[in-house]
Design a protein around this ligand. Structure first.
Ligand code: BES
Ligand code: MN
Ligand code: ZN
Length: 505
């Protein structure tokens, strides 16, 4: 948990008191607290601690420093202060992550932190970024560990007590920023939890349970389409992918409607709770990671958690998550099968492992027909090809709309979740032409991320649309202090930023 304190930090008792210091290259220690300046003077002079990013250094107040009430004082390097606002946010999140790493090594339970005052961002943004860094780093998933890991002792991540001190920044702005940061970070951690759950636990029904709870607690409307309802609506893509599984599919719809007069943003997330490839079976090595194939759905639902709590003015948001497994049971779809999507488009399934596009197509077509949104964003762990192209450092962005793209790129930069735009075009769309049906579900050699997006494009009509391929970033995302191994919670905070910053011209 995290809270704000108005007490004098020096006089506050706790396990650890943290100060963030910039790298200045100057002789004087850049800290407003004279006690800290004095205490680390020697380390600073010796260049052992110089405020570099990633550096941390702690000391135990001696009798001459008895004014400190904390057990330890930690100084964390920020690096040279960035003059770009987004860079500064990232710098603060990273330093907060470094502080938590030190705290965890020392099995600290309460961490007090003095916010750095001299940055280019507002008081609220300092608090927001530090809060995000703290809560995103203090994450672990150990609910299935029944034996106490002796090396880690009793200390488990996720239970640190954080106390912020405003450091002279406007107290109420700090409070607001802290609350924003907390809502976003906890939502990203919730998305990580969903992804960490194995495929036998996080089933389509669990998406349903989570969405219903969220709707009930926050006055969203929630509609669930079960298998009979999907049949009635002729959602041939979701049903086809589900054929080989004994676990029933679901389509989850969550709606935040502020006013009928406002524009509507539609979010769609791939909720593939396990992807074996189906009859076009994946290789065994690494197949366990395919429990993460629901990260698009998790991002969308968890972003809705923040939207539900913040109830933004000027924008309605509707979220759809088509959810199923992709297995190879006796009734599974076969290469060559032809399916009919919601709305009537037919598709020749050449490779049953290209299943994400099949379930997204129904959700996109149905959502657009039903909600007539002003913009659509879908998120999916859609192609291995995006990892070939962009590695694990950027999400692939494909869009028919420049202004929507700009908004998403900006939201991602602000979140420390960068994206890179790839092209669309008729020359790529040609690759998914079929001899026997309207389209086929793979595009042949080359441009796999683009041809996958072209498939989705067939179902969005003229609605401004963007597709985020998060296959490279949903897990094994760029190594940084506040990103754990495993699922990253990618795109939750990007979507939250997108909604918070939405302005209609
Ligand atoms: N879920 C996978 C994509 C994926 C692969 C995500 C690796 C993360 C890591 C998707 O359903 C898939 O299997 N895509 C195929 C498409 C191909 C058959 C055209 C792929 O990328 O290999
Ligand atoms: Mn697949
Ligand atoms: Zn998949």
């Amino acid at each position: 948990m995290i809270k704000l304190s108005a007490k004098n930090p020096v006089r506050s008792a706790g396990d650890m008191l943290v100060y963030f210091l910039a790298e200045t290259g100057k002789k004087s220690v850049p800290c407003t607290e004279p006690l800290v300046r004095k205490a680390i003077k020697k380390a600073w002079k010796a260049d052992d601690f110089s405020g570099k990013a990633g550096q941390s250094y702690w000391f135990y107040p001696t009798s001459s420093q008895k004014n400190f009430s904390a057990t330890r004082v930690l100084v964390v390097g920020l690096g040279t202060l960035k003059d770009d606002q987004d860079d500064c946010r990232e710098q603060l999140r990273l330093a907060a992550g470094t502080a938590v790493a030190a705290a965890n090594r020392l099995k600290v339970k309460t961490l007090m932190a003095v916010l750095p005052a001299k940055t280019v961002v507002s008081a609220a943004v300092v608090a927001e970024s530090i809060t995000e860094g703290f809560l995103l780093t203090d994450y672990s998933f150990d609910k299935y560990k029944t034996k106490n890991d002796k090396e880690n002792g009793a200390k488990r991540a996720g239970d640190l007590q954080f106390i912020l001190h405003d450091g002279g920044l406007h107290h109420n702005q700090v409070r607001q920023g802290m609350n924003r940061g907390r809502r976003a970070a906890l939502a990203a951690c919730a998305a990580r939890d969903m992804a960490n759950e194995p495929g036998n636990v996080w089933t389509p029904a669990r998406f349903v349970r989570f969405a219903r709870e969220l709707a009930r607690k926050n006055e969203l409307s929630c509609r669930i389409f079960d298998k009979p309802a999907l049949k009635k609506l002729r959602m041939g893509g979701i049903l086809a992918v589900n054929q080989g599984s004994a676990v029933p599919p679901k389509l989850v719809v969550l709606e935040y409607q502020g006013s009928k007069k406002w524009p509507t943003l539609m979010l769609v997330g791939k909720g593939l709770t396990f992807d074996s490839g189906g009859i076009s079976l994946k290789p065994a090595a690494g197949m366990e990671d395919m429990k993460y194939d629901m990260c698009g759905g998790a991002a969308v639902i968890c972003a809705m958690q923040v939207i539900a709590r913040e109830r933004p003015k000027g924008l309605n948001v509707v979220a759809l998550v088509p959810a199923t497994e992709n297995l190879s049971g006796a009734s599974a779809i076969k290469p060559g099968d032809i399916i009919t999507h919601y709305g009537g488009t037919t598709s020749e399934v050449i490779n049953t492992d290209a299943e994400g596009r099949l379930i997204l197509a129904d959700a996109l077509a149905y959502g657009i027909a039903t909600y007539k949104p002003d913009a659509v964003v879908d998120l999916a762990t859609l192609t291995g090809a995006v990892i070939v192209g962009l590695g694990h450092h950027r999400t692939g962005l494909l869009s028919t709309d420049d202004s929507l793209s700009e908004k998403i790129l900006a939201a991602g930069d602000m979140a420390g979740e960068p994206l890179w735009r790839l092209p669309l075009g008729t020359e790529y769309s040609k690759q998914i032409e079929s001899e026997v049906a309207d389209i086929r579900n793979i595009g042949g050699k080359g441009g796999g991320t683009i041809t996958a997006a072209c498939y989705l494009q067939e179902f969005v009509g003229n609605t401004p649309w963007a597709h985020l391929d998060i296959a490279g970033t949903a897990w094994n995302f760029t190594k940084k202090s506040y990103i754990p191994k495993g699922p990253s919670g990618i795109a939750v905070r990007t979507l939250v930023n997108l909604v918070r910053n939405w302005k209609t011209e």
